[in-house]
Design a protein around this ligand. Structure first.
Ligand code: APR
Length: 225
């Protein structure tokens, strides 16, 4: 069976990484528009650099959770593609083989020519240059920017027999629109402690598991392998 997973911040919550839409509307004490937009980068690149440096350093200190490992186990029996909105590398560290990072990756920086450089978990000072002498920026898709991998992700979603949507509020487009790309026979399962409103063009069968990813994904996966 072809299984496509769409994951969001809730996937990594039990690893200790905060989700975005917390009650106070702030992301790690910052307004999203101050740290995650091209305007913020233009206005205060030092602050944006520092913000992503903190996220990168924090990432070195956290571990994949049982949910990430369960997705790896699915590969024993099925063809699995993980489409994630997360910029952490916990799917990789749990061993998943096919991962698409829709919103970029914390461990990478890039120059103006879209050449990407691996920086790992270490802080990068604003003004640090790539080997070609060009300024580096975080390899992150900010609000208001295009999502370069969305068409590839949509194509893959169209081929899914089962779509598992985990830990995402489905509030941010175009990623949230991927649930509309399924075909008539695709089954959809949502795993989230909160109820989610979704509609698909075909009114596909879908099941909501109201629970967390680390607690509920392992037993769900066990039934599939
Ligand atoms: N297990 C599963 N789901 C959880 C858990 C958990 N342990 N904890 C929280 N959740 C759910 C919440 O109920 C919420 O629906 O995870 C969801 C997190 O939603 P958001 O914070 O909106 O994160 P996400 O959907 O990934 O945001 C999308 O928006 O901020 C931008 O680019 C950023 O990729 C991000 C995008």
């Amino acid at each position: 069976m072809k299984i496509v997973v769409l994951s969001g911040a809730g996937m990594s919550a039990e690893s200790g990484i905060k989700t975005f839409r917390d009650h106070d509307g702030l992301w790690e004490n910052h307004r999203i528009e101050d740290v995650a937009t091209p305007q913020a980068w233009h206005k205060n690149p030092e602050l944006v650099t520092q913000f992503y440096n903190q996220r990168r350093v924090q990432l070195a200190d956290v571990l994949p959770n049982e949910g990430h490992y369960a997705l790896k186990e699915l590969e024993q029996k099925h063809e699995v593609v993980v489409i994630t909105q997360n910029v952490d590398d916990l799917h990789e560290r749990a061993g998943s083989s096919n991962i698409i990072h829709l919103h970029g990756e914390l461990t990478k920086m890039r120059n103006n020519f879209n050449e990407v450089f691996h920086v790992g978990y270490k802080p990068v000072n604003y003004g640090e240059k790539c080997p070609k002498g060009l300024i580096l920026r975080p390899h992150i898709v900010w609000f208001g920017e295009e999502v370069p991998l969305i068409n590839k992700a949509a194509e893959i979603t169209r081929t899914a027999d089962l779509l598992i949507v985990i830990g995402t509020s489905l509030e941010v487009y175009p990623a949230a629109g991927l649930v509309n790309e399924v075909n008539k026979s695709t089954e959809i399962v949502l795993i989230n402690p909160q109820k989610t409103n979704i509609s698909t063009p075909y009114k596909n069968k879908f099941v909501q598991i109201l629970g967390t990813s680390a607690k509920n994904l392992p037993s769900f996966v066990k039934n599939l392998i």
